[in-house]
Ligand binder design. Structure first.
Ligand code: KIV
Ligand code: ZN
Length: 524
């Protein structure tokens, strides 16, 4: 069978929809817009900006992104429910490049136990809502949810029905991350073989893989080898459970093995690393050290034999050039005598774009940091940039104004904390605890009134040396939903306080945007 005409694989980024469904992640409006702009520069073809029916916040985010980020197509998700499609249509109304993505589960297990609907009924509502979606836009995607576990002939039947109703992209998801590469690839070749209309009408087949067995990227590439021309993925592979296929791994596999894969993407790979850092920072989801492409160890060589090989000839142990994914070439150390110009150069080299006001604030923070520590490394500069990019006015509901604490080993600790809320009102509380961090956390709970349980606490040094900045990552739980928080400071107690407050602010912001529904597992 001939391959589809184009050899471009469209990258459909769902960091802001499936990615935001990751346990622990939650983004506010401005953070979503910031990521959408970064995805635009990265070169993605489609941005799935949210699921408008789920909340006013998601609706506003899809609306703002579709109107502001006009090069890529912006998609809104909808179930096969009239009000979902209407809400997605309203969010996208008036924007230049829009898509409605309609989905309905089709596998036997989902039909019988989740939807409790017969297959004929599923076809009927799918056709009905694809037709409805076409009244808002010519670009309609349909996903048979749990497609990889759907009987092949039924998958073909529903695919044909929704194409006839106007769907222009058919996405076959491996919703539960169960498929194997050969099996998943065969689904695409089978559907294409049975439905010549796909190639005749230029219908795009798409993959959407979850990583429960660690096969999401391999499955996506197998789909592409079998005719898929859109891959759905997320930055850093974030997403439900074990996550989605990782954008950076797909883009770099296709690029690095251009000798093998007969297709390419529009991704500007040099933007990968900065976008990865931004998504990690804003979602609070940490990138594991050994993560392919963007992990801290991805280009680190520990063994002497490897180091020797790389020094003699880089390609002995490196299949990719770190600069091709946007990792700066040399580690230039800045210090307190470095000027604004040197800092700006470094920021640009690290792949970030900041305006003059942001540069000025980063420079002031840099001077404060350089007074405290002798050498300011790339990781320190990145931490400063990310804190600035994250400090969106009004985004931090409570800010830490001051903090004092007392105590010693074996003695009860006490802490006095002052927080300022978004209206500028300050509140102070003194509490005792098992140690200073515990006492500070108790005071913060009392001031904010947000009840959270600390689920995890991790501390690491951002860079080298005794004077390195400490980064604390926490996970805090409110009514069963876990969100993360991050804080950075040269003082680890200060970093601990900031991480906890960041977690509380995320919960409060979610409560303000979505209400208690956000913490209700039954809500879509
Ligand atoms: O995993 C899945 O099936 C989805 C669909 C909504 C495409 O995310
Ligand atoms: Zn998914």
């Amino acid at each position: 069978m001939s391959q589809p005409k184009t050899d471009i694989i469209r990258i459909f980024d769902t960091t802001l929809r499936d990615g935001e469904q990751s346990p622990g992640a939650s983004l506010n409006h401005n953070e979503k817009l910031e990521i959408a702009h970064a995805l635009d520069k990265l070169g993605v073809d489609i941005i799935e900006a949210g699921f408008p029916i789920t909340s006013q916040g998601d609706f506003e985010a899809v609306r703002a992104i579709a109107h502001e980020v006009t090069r890529p197509t912006v998609a809104g998700l909808a179930r096969t429910v009239e009000k979902d499609v209407a809400r997605a249509g309203a969010a996208l109304d008036g924007a230049p490049n829009t898509r409605i993505h309609v989905f309905c589960a089709t596998s036997k297990i989902h039909r019988e136990h989740k939807l409790r609907k017969a297959f004929d009924e599923i076809i009927r509502i799918s056709v009905e809502q694809v037709t409805h979606a076409r009244t808002f836009t010519d670009d309609v995607e349909f996903s048979p949810e749990d497609g990889s576990r759907t009987e092949l002939d039924q998958l073909v039947e529903i695919t044909q029905a929704v194409i006839e109703a106007g769907a222009t992209t058919i996405n076959i998801p491996d919703t539960v991350g169960y498929a194997t590469p050969a099996e998943y690839g065969r689904i695409f070749s089978y559907v294409r073989e049975k439905l010549p209309i796909i190639d005749e009408q230029g219908i795009i087949l798409s993959s959407h893989c979850h990583d429960d067995l660690g096969l999401a990227v391999a499955n996506s590439l197998s789909a592409a080898e079998n005719g898929a021309r859109q891959i759905e993925c997320t930055v850093n592979g974030i997403g439900e459970r074990a996550g989605n296929a990782s954008l950076e791994e797909i883009a770099m596999a296709v690029r690095t093995r251009a000798d093998f894969y007969p297709f390419t993407t529009h991704i500007n790979t040099r933007r990968i690393y900065p976008v990865s850092r931004m998504v990690s920072q804003l979602t609070g989801l940490y990138v594991q050290r050994n993560k392919a492409i963007v992990g801290r160890n991805a280009f680190a060589h520990e063994s002497g034999i490897h180091q020797d090989g790389v020094i003699k000839h880089r390609e002995t142990y490196e299949i990719m050039d770190p600069q091709d994914v946007g990792i700066p070439s040399n580690e230039l150390v800045l210090g307190k005598h470095s000027g604004r110009h040197a800092l700006r150069e470094r920021i640009v080299e690290l792949g970030y774009t900041v305006n003059d006001e942001q540069l000025q604030r980063i420079y002031e923070d840099f001077k404060t940091l350089a007074d405290k520590k002798k050498s300011v490394y790339d990781e320190d500069v990145e931490a400063l940039i990310e804190s600035e990019l994250k400090s969106i006015p009004g985004g931090d509901l409570w800010q830490l104004a001051s903090m004092t604490f007392h105590g010693g080993v074996g003695a009860e600790a006490s802490a006095t904390v002052t927080l300022v809320d978004a209206t500028g009102t300050s509140s102070t509380q003194t509490c005792v605890g098992d140690g200073p961090v515990d006492a500070i956390y108790a005071a913060m709970q009392q001031i904010t009134g947000v009840q959270v349980t600390l689920k995890s606490y991790n501390l690491r040094a951002v860079s080298k040396g005794r004077d390195a900045q400490g980064e604390v990552n926490v996970e805090v739980e409110h009514r069963g939903r876990v969100l993360s928080g991050r804080g950075i400071s040269t003082d680890v107690v200060d970093a601990s306080a900031r991480a906890y407050l960041n977690g509380i602010n995320r919960i409060k912001s979610l409560l303000d945007r979505k209400g208690e529904d956000a913490f209700d597992p039954a809500h879509p």
